[in-house]
Design a protein around this ligand. Structure first.
Ligand code: AMP
Length: 192
């Protein structure tokens, strides 16, 4: 199996690149942000709880997020591996993911691909996305800046953990979408 952690601040193009990686390598995508939005739309208890954090640009508590992710990993799939998009975002989540992948899939994380994009470009991209996405957390520049700040504050430790394992690879996330995809494919091929 190939199990990819796709890493990058909000607006770095994770969603777009995840789609390309899925098709290229036949992967199942698990996006914790999408799962939360699905729950919010369906007004579940989990959705109500998540919304109170998401609307402020804060992270949803670890245990809630880990439990939700575990349920997804356990679902049967024909895919050749997983792409984790937006998870893990904390050290506790990183450790939990390692355990889940080992216990449920009898496997390990192959690589952590990190998309690197300058903050000001992120803010511009997210405000533009907010014009059409309908996402409350894309509409306000202060919330956007808080999400980016929160990302760097909490996820530095995630990057460190993957660096220690020699699995952390940075890719420039600015430029032509297909060129960026090609760079990501090359990195995945190396660990396949
Ligand atoms: P995203 O679509 O990945 O940008 O996520 C949108 C929002 O969902 C984030 O700003 C967080 O509030 C919440 N969220 C998504 N993934 C996680 C996670 N792994 N841990 C905690 N909160 C998350």
């Amino acid at each position: 199996m190939i199990n990819i952690v796709l890493f990058g601040p909000p607006g770095s193009g994770k969603g777009t690149q995840a789609q390309n990686l899925i098709h290229k390598f036949n992967l199942k995508q698990i996006s914790t942000g999408d799962l939360f939005r699905y729950n919010i739309k369906n007004e579940t208890e989990l959705g109500k709880l998540a919304k109170s954090y998401i609307d402020k640009g804060e992270l949803v508590p670890d245990q809630v997020t880990i439990d939700m992710l575990t349920e997804e990993v356990k679902k049967p799939t024909e895919a050749a591996g997983f792409i984790f998009d937006g998870f893990p975002r904390t050290a506790a989540q990183t450790e939990a993911l390692e355990k889940i992948v080992k216990e449920v899939l009898n496997d390990e994380i192959s690589i952590c691909l990190s998309l690197v994009v300058d903050d000001e470009i992120l803010v511009k991209r997210l405000l533009k996305r907010g014009e059409t996405s309908g996402r409350s957390d894309d509409a306000d520049e202060n919330i956007i800046r808080n999400r980016i700040k929160e990302y760097y504050a909490k996820t530095a430790e995630v990057a460190d953990l993957y660096k220690k394992q020699g699995k952390y690879v940075e890719v420039d996330g600015v430029g032509d979408i297909n060129d960026i995809s090609e760079k990501l494919y090359t990195e995945v091929e190396k660990v396949k």
